[in-house]
Each structure stands twice: as C-alpha cells, then as structure tokens.
Design a protein around this ligand. Sequence first.
Ligand SMILES: [Cu+2]
Length: 387
Amino acid sequence: MTTLLILIVLVLVAIAIWQIGKIFELSQMGKEDDSSEVANDEDNKNNGYLLFAFLVFIYGITIFSFAKYTKVLLPVAASEHGDEYDLLMLISFVVIFFVQTITQALLHYFGYKYRGKKGNKALFYADNDRLEFIWTIIPVIVLAGLIISGLYYWTEIMDVNDEDDPLVVELYAQQFNWTARYGGADNVLGDASVRLIDIDRANVLGLDESDPNAADDVIVKELHLPVGRKVNFYMRSQDVLHSAYMPHFRAQMNCVPGMITQFSFTPNITTEEMRLNPDVIEKVKRTNLIRAEKAANGDPNSDPWVFDYVLLCNKICGKSHYNMQMKIIVESEEDYNKWLAEQATFESMVMSDEPKDEMVEVAMDSQDMGNENTEEIMEVESETGSN
Ligand SMILES: [Cu+2]
C-alpha cells in the first residue's frame, strides 16, 4: 500500500513539473526568437558526438559482460550430442556478434556523418541493383547455412529410437517434484495412468498392477545413469505443463498432462569426472565463498555445496517451481547396476502385502515437498513485507 501511494505521489509530482514547464514556455512566447526551438548546426553536431558516446557505451558493456559473466555459463556438455549442440550455439553467437559489431559502428558513424547541416540537401537516389543483390544474398547464404545445419542436428538429436539397447527411464512431473521410474530387469515400463494413482496404497505414479511389465519397475527420487549408455526418457505430467531440463546434458523436453513426450541422450562424463573439471571446480569455489559469507551471517542454505548434475523444471508451473529438481548421478555401469539392485521393485512395495514404508515415504515426500516450499515462500514474503 505504501509503495502504491509513493508511486502515485511521484506521478503527480512529475505531472506538476511538466505543467510548470508548459506555463514557463507559454510565458516566454513572442519574447525571444522562436527559432530556438529548431535544432541548429551546433545541436546536430552535439547529437552526432553523443552517438559516438553511445557506441562506446554499448561496446564497453559488451566487453564488460564477456569479462565478468562468461564464467557463469555451463561447463562442457556431458552428453554425446552436447558437443554438436554447443557448436551450433557457438556458430550462431559468432555470426551475430560479428555482424552486430560492424553494423552498430556503421549505423552510428553514418548518423554522425550525415547529420543535419544548414543548406544541405538530401540526394535523391532511387535504387541500386548491385547493392540490393549483395545485402540480400549474404543474409540468405548465412541464414540458410544456420537453418540447414540446425535442422540436421535437430533431427539427429530428436530421433528417439531403440537402437543400441537404450536404458528406458520415465520422468514423472508433478507440482513440485520429480519421480523417476526404471523399466527394471526387463527394461520395459509397465503401463500407467493418472486414473490409477492410489496414494493410500502408495501407487504414486498410477502403475497398472495388471500389467506384468509393471511388477519389476523401480520408482526412485534420485536419477542414476550409467555412463556411455544411451537413455530413452519418457516424460509424463500429473497436473500442469512442466519441462524436464537437464542443462549439463543439453537436454530439455516439455512434460504435458495426458501425453507421453520423449527425449534421448547418452551421458559421457560421470559425476566424479565432472567434479574435476576446472570450470566446475572454479564454480564450486565461487559458490562456496558466497555460502561461507552466508554461514557467517547465520543465514539458511549456507552448507558447502558439492557439484551434482541436476534435473530442473523449466516451465513456470506454480509457487515452488523454482525448487522443483532432482539430483542426477552419472556413474560406471558397475556402480549403476549395484545401485539398481538395491532398489525395491514396484511389486515388492505395492503389489505384495510386504511392508511398504519406503514407498509410503516416496508418496509422503511428493505430498510434503510443495507444502514445505510454500511455507518457505510465505516466510520470505512476510520478511520482505511485499504485498
Ligand atoms: Cu514444474
């Protein structure tokens, strides 16, 4: 409320100043030479120089951004297609950077050179076929190259097929957490539908208990992937649009309620290896410096951070969207198999009468997560006193 009142006061003050200016202008009318309102050569020259000042400003801010912020970019891609993806990005950036640097300089220089001068008359120049040909054909060639190579990589990356015995994983999105499901020993996902979700029986993903493929499915809250093996992801959403975003693997796919979307990639750098990457080491160091400062002030979330791959939600899906994530661990085939063997199957948790504590925990987690975060947000809101 206070903010609104201050804003209204500021607007009223601005209007008052403007009106006073108007009155002053009117009172000066006829007293002096009216031509003071028309730009003269001196004004045009000053504006020409200001163009150069602006040019220096945009080049300066570009250089500054490169120097200061390139370090926050993602480290090297951890998937096989990632290098191609990054190359495409790099080519696009180089082309845009080159063209914009030159055109901005020309634009501002000509703005200065052909500034208004008393007695100068514009040249009537209808057209020039050769010039038009040049500035049409160059963008055509460059854009066609970008688009064709982009299409080539796109079809390659988006081709989800069953070649090379891919690992099958389902990513299940809901407000505000992720659940992963493995096909189990047969590597085939059992049928599932949101209509079959039974929280009391801890069937959180709505697996079809009559489908024999569902029995050995493994449902987990942490995604483990064997390095060097292709993974086919199948995404589902329970409620609203989410997007499974795995930035380190240069992978993203929307999760749409009522349909299954898919993406495929082969992770090629393990978590342990990535932690030794110089860029990652630097990033961890910088982050932990900030965290140490927070710890000194007694702020929350100040524990030292260790790098991990992460699955994020990249569609604003509600209050706790910002914290909708799941840890991804890329490890050797051996470690992966060991981990998977330790996980309980759907059958042992839900379909049999065995104790199903762990599964209930997963269900409880799913229920709680949103609430916890909601409380956090409300706390932050009340602290900052926003309204
Ligand atoms: Cu989401």
